[in-house]
Design a protein around this ligand. Structure first.
Ligand SMILES: *Cc1c(COP(=O)(O)O)cnc(C)c1O
Length: 451
């Protein structure tokens, strides 16, 4: 055993508690931050002022020994935990065997096994195929490429508040200008935006009606015969954890089927037990033609996938899909271990328990504080939309202040939303109830402390 491997084996398991050892940020994080400013491009920002050293369960430890409760999972990535035992073991074993050959040169079993696993666990029992990539954005782009070849059409329909990534095509598909698109144009063409069902803001709880309004715009402004794909997040992520009213997704899927368009679910953020179902589409029994996954897929290693109907996926000519690192063997080993962990540990059920705990606590806070406009979400993907007291006017300053105060008290919490006024809670499913309660106590105190 190498010195490093034996050190790893001897490490104590991370104590699952919040602990403030220094002021936040501590001296070593301050020093690293000044090195970051001198070495890393300014455009790469950070949410937290501290540098990580270790993470596991529901805890992130910084370089000064502070222990943070993780309500972010590295943006919904470490769903099974930041160093889930099965993932660590699988990656170590694969790293010792080989780190890369390129699947397009010398293929290996891990890639095929991940494809088989995704074909098995994604919605629908029809014949499927999968292709693997590195990032969510890359997979979204490939879903569009596949849909265009299959349909022979070009137009891509996306929605208000959508987030699909930062590459040129996915910037065009993403709604929000600042910071994702500002100054980065011109953007890819043939991308069209339709209105989303957003019950808190449009006051409409009839998802079928909302879908008919979106469909009317698609038919009038794009033309059904031009639509290659309708791409939608079943619950929006960066856009504000917006859950469309019931019936919205099924109505859109039906319209796609009737009009020869490919219905693409971007489950990059909602996938892999995050929302209390294996995939968010499962809740209403929606079967997408293509489903895009990434983030929670591989316990923290970079991997993404497009999975879908065999006849659509196989429409692309041989050699048309791929990439040097797509389906890297380490990432594939991690994905198989993450999927096994989700199934063996009953993590879908755990996500629903986390939902019950968080919604109860947050609705209690909402009942006492009229600045909490809306509490929503499913599973371990829960949002608090903050407004000026008693109105529906977004209050991004309040969200920022509550997040910053929580960071100071040892809780990692993120904000999101078109208006920047949404606190989003994305704990790893490996977190304990005790840590969740402590984290929500801190959040409640932070909210009460900002006036
Ligand atoms: C994060 C995200 C993406 C982009 O994934 P990257 O891995 O950052 O490229 C795409 N779609 C959704 C819904 C996301 O949440």
């Amino acid at each position: 055993m190498s010195a490093f491997a034996s050190e790893l084996a001897n490490r104590q398991p991370l104590s699952q508690q919040r602990l403030l050892a220094t002021s936040i940020p501590g001296p070593r994080s301050l020093e690293l931050m000044s090195r970051k400013l001198g070495a890393v491009a300014a455009g790469v920002g950070t949410t937290m002022p501290v540098f990580a050293e270790r993470a596991g369960g529901g805890i992130v430890v910084d370089v000064d020994g502070n222990q943070f409760i993780d309500l972010g999972s590295g943006i919904a990535v470490t769903t099974v935990g930041a160093s889930a035992p099965r993932v660590v073991a699988a990656v170590q074993e694969q790293a010792a065997a080989f780190t890369h050959t390129c699947f397009m040169v010398t293929p290996y079993e891990g890639y095929v096994a991940v494809a088989e696993a995704l074909n098995r666990v994604t919605p629908g029992r029809h014949p499927k195929r999968t292709a693997l990539f590195n990032s969510g954005a890359e997979a979204v782009e490939n879903a569009v490429k596949i849909a265009r070849v299959h349909t022979g059409r070009q137009a891509v329909v996306v929605f208000d508040h959508a987030y699909h990534g930062r590459t040129n095509l996915t910037m065009a598909m993403t709604a929000k200008n600042m910071p994702y698109k500002h100054g980065f144009g011109p953007f890819a063409s043939e991308v069209y935006r339709a209105p989303l069902s957003y019950p808190f803001r449009d006051g409409n709880r009839d998802g079928v009606l909302a879908a008919l309004q979106a469909i009317d715009i698609i038919e009038k402004q794009v033309g059904a015969a031009h639509v290659a794909a309708v791409v939608i997040e079943p619950i929006q992520g960066e856009g504000g954890f917006i859950e469309p009213a019931g019936g919205f997704l099924p109505a859109l899927a039906t319209w796609c089927r009737e009009n020869g368009a490919v219905f693409v679910a971007d489950e990059v953020q909602t996938g892999f037990a995050r929302t209390g179902d294996l995939f968010a589409c499962d809740r209403e029994g929606v079967v997408p033609d293509l489903i895009v996954t990434a983030k929670g897929i591989a316990g923290g290693l970079p991997l993404s996938a497009v999975t879908g109907r065999a006849e659509i996926m196989d429409a692309v000519h041989i050699g048309g899909l791929g990439g040097t690192y797509g389906g890297n063997p380490l990432a594939c080993a991690a994905a198989l271990a993450a999927i096994e962990t989700i199934e063996a540990e009953g993590m879908v059920g755990r996500a629903r328990e986390i939902e019950d705990l968080m919604l109860a606590r947050l609705r209690d806070i909402q009942g006492r504080d009229s600045r909490v406009g809306d509490v929503r979400g499913r599973g371990a993907m829960i949002a608090v939309e903050l407004v000026h007291a008693g109105t529906d006017v977004p209050d991004p300053e309040l969200a920022k202040a509550v997040a910053a105060a929580s960071h100071q008290q040892g809780v990692i919490v993120l904000t999101c939303g078109t208006y920047g006024n949404v606190l989003r809670l994305l704990p790893p499913l490996a977190i304990s109830d005790a840590l969740l309660h402590d984290g929500l106590d801190v959040l409640a105190a932070a909210l009460a402390g900002v006036r």
